[in-house]
Ligand binder design. Structure first.
Ligand code: ATP
Ligand code: MG
Length: 489
């Protein structure tokens, strides 16, 4: 073990938020050892801005509770921790851990319970990577380095403590953490890890709960280097474990959305982590929609059912919480509305709660070459910049264009019908088109020739012909006063 002078590595108390200093000071004053550990120390040494600070102490969680009273809550079962509130900040305070006892590991070696308190030396061995195992005592200006981690920081190497295979078996999530830190810090992965990090090894992730995998996936999505980590997920076979139903391929849409997410994070904008799930699952969602549409399900129902199916299947890998599920489905549903809005609804739509996310999604689709958006992404982009008068004109123009393209479409359809003598595609309604207005759908033929043409069309599309018995059936007038209205079975 070497004791380093913290200031020599660019660390000083002036960089630290008062919340973490407050926790360290209170524990020290109560006679316990207390250090900052993990990502906070690592990131400060690398000149990065730490996301948060974790503390570690020789006080047990209940002793921590005694020190902080109502400001402290003990959480976790498998991994008991104290949460200490300092002002608005939350600091996680862990207790030094000793090696787990044999009987609390699963058949594959996974640690199931981990509340065996120990010394700092034992705690260090339990940490994942050398660079995450530096202990910083800010008041003493000291960093304790048990494994020459500073060298790994200098050489930008990600090294697991102990035998990599055993560490992955103990906790398969460390595989995800390996890729996350490699991407986030732009570190190279130690040879010893690469040797055993095979697609077979990723099978261990099957034993990890979908809840924990969802949490980890969120960390991957929001670390600011999503675009760098996505191809790594494919290369290392992790993709298959996280998103079994999604083809392992970085499509232009996924790539664009990943870059966009990273960019937003770099300028401090908020992101909804569920948004990227909406992107990843968009293709499976469309495929599922087509499945239902080709079975004759009406478009709205097809979209609803497809959404449910796709999210349910994804939930077997990474649970999708209810709020995220609602968000994703609303973003998808917005695609239909934004693509073919009714002119009188345009303004209201632009102030809808889900407009922003739906519009961002549409624009990302369009900019990544998706022709199905029909230029509506840019249309909405411009629309939002217009004055009230300009908006009115834009809506009128849009309405004219819409009528024109409707006429053009029905003309083309009629031409096609003439040349083929049939309409083959009529049964499949495009996903992102609103159904035709009722008035248009039930428009009566103007003359006998048109009537004949319509009836041949429906006939050859597998529908009802003019001489079908159902059309000859007499309408029975019912006396509604005799009908008892009640719940249907
Ligand atoms: P981040 O910047 O994402 O917060 P971090 O390294 O601080 O990175 P945390 O998940 O906050 O990661 O964990 C804090 C510390 O706890 C880690 O640095 C590591 O020492 C230890 N740790 C966390 N998860 C594991 C794990 N699965 N196995 C071993 N040690 C872990
Ligand atoms: Mg942390």
């Amino acid at each position: 073990m070497q004791t380093l002078r913290a200031s020599k590595y660019g660390l000083s108390t002036t960089q630290l938020p008062s919340a973490i200093l407050d926790v360290i000071d209170a524990l020290t004053k109560a006679g316990y050892e207390a250090y900052i550990v993990g990502g906070g120390v690592r990131d400060l040494m690398l000149g990065l801005n730490p996301k948060d600070y974790d503390a570690v102490t020789n006080a047990t969680p209940s002793q921590v509770k005694e020190v902080f009273g109502r400001r402290c809550r003990i959480i976790g079962r498998r991994f008991e921790l104290a949460h200490v509130y300092s002002g608005r900040e939350l600091i996680e305070v862990a207790t030094f851990r000793a090696p787990p006892k044999k009987e609390v590991t699963s058949a594959s070696g996974m640690i199931l319970r981990d509340n065996n308190w120990g010394t700092i030396e034992q705690d260090f061995v339990r940490r994942d990577f050398s660079i995450n195992a530096l202990y910083y005592q800010p008041r003493k200006n000291e960093v304790l380095d048990f494994c020459n981690a500073v060298d790994d920081i200098k050489h930008k190497t990600l090294r697991l403590l102990g035998d990599p295979m055993q560490r992955f078996e103990e906790d398969p999530v460390r595989m995800l953490r390996t890729l996350r830190f490699a991407a986030k810090l732009n570190f190279s992965i130690d040879e010893k890890i690469l040797k055993i990090f095979t697609p077979e090894a990723t099978q261990l992730l099957r034993d990890v709960s979908p809840h924990r995998l969802y949490d980890e996936s969120q960390k991957l999505f929001t670390m600011g280097h999503l675009n760098r980590v996505m191809p790594m997920l494919i290369d290392f076979g992790i993709w298959h474990q996280l998103f079994a139903e999604i083809t392992p391929e970085i499509t232009p849409f996924i790539e664009r959305a990943a870059k966009n997410t990273d960019q937003r994070i770099s300028v401090g904008k908020t992101i909804n982590p569920a948004f990227f799930y909406a992107v990843l699952l968009w293709k499976p969602f469309l495929e599922r929609c087509h499945f239902y549409l080709s079975n004759g399900t009406v478009a709205t129902e097809a979209r609803a059912q497809a959404g449910l199916d796709v999210l349910k299947r994804q939930g077997t890998r990474t649970i999708i919480p209810r709020f995220a599920e609602t968000f994703i489905r609303e973003v998808w549903e917005m695609q239909t509305r934004l693509l073919n809005p009714k002119p009188q609804q345009i303004e209201a739509l632009s102030s809808h709660a889900r407009f922003r996310a739906g519009f961002d999604f549409l624009l990302l689709r369009e900019k990544s070459g998706d022709k199905d958006t029909q230029g509506m992404g840019v249309w909405w982009d411009v629309y939002q910049t217009l004055s009230a008068d300009e908006k009115e004109r834009a809506i009128a123009d849009y309405n004219r264009q819409r009528a024109k393209s409707r006429r053009k479409a029905s003309h083309a359809l009629a031409e096609e019908a003439k040349s083929n003598g049939a309409i083959q595609q009529a049964a499949i309604e495009p996903l992102v088109n609103e159904p035709e207005p009722r008035s248009r759908r039930s428009r009566k033929p103007k003359n006998a020739t048109e009537f004949k043409r319509q009836s041949t069309m429906t006939d050859s599309a597998g529908g009802i012909g003019a001489d079908h018995p159902i059309l000859k059936r007499k309408r029975v007038k019912r006396d509604l006063s005799q009908v008892i209205f009640g719940p249907t079975q």
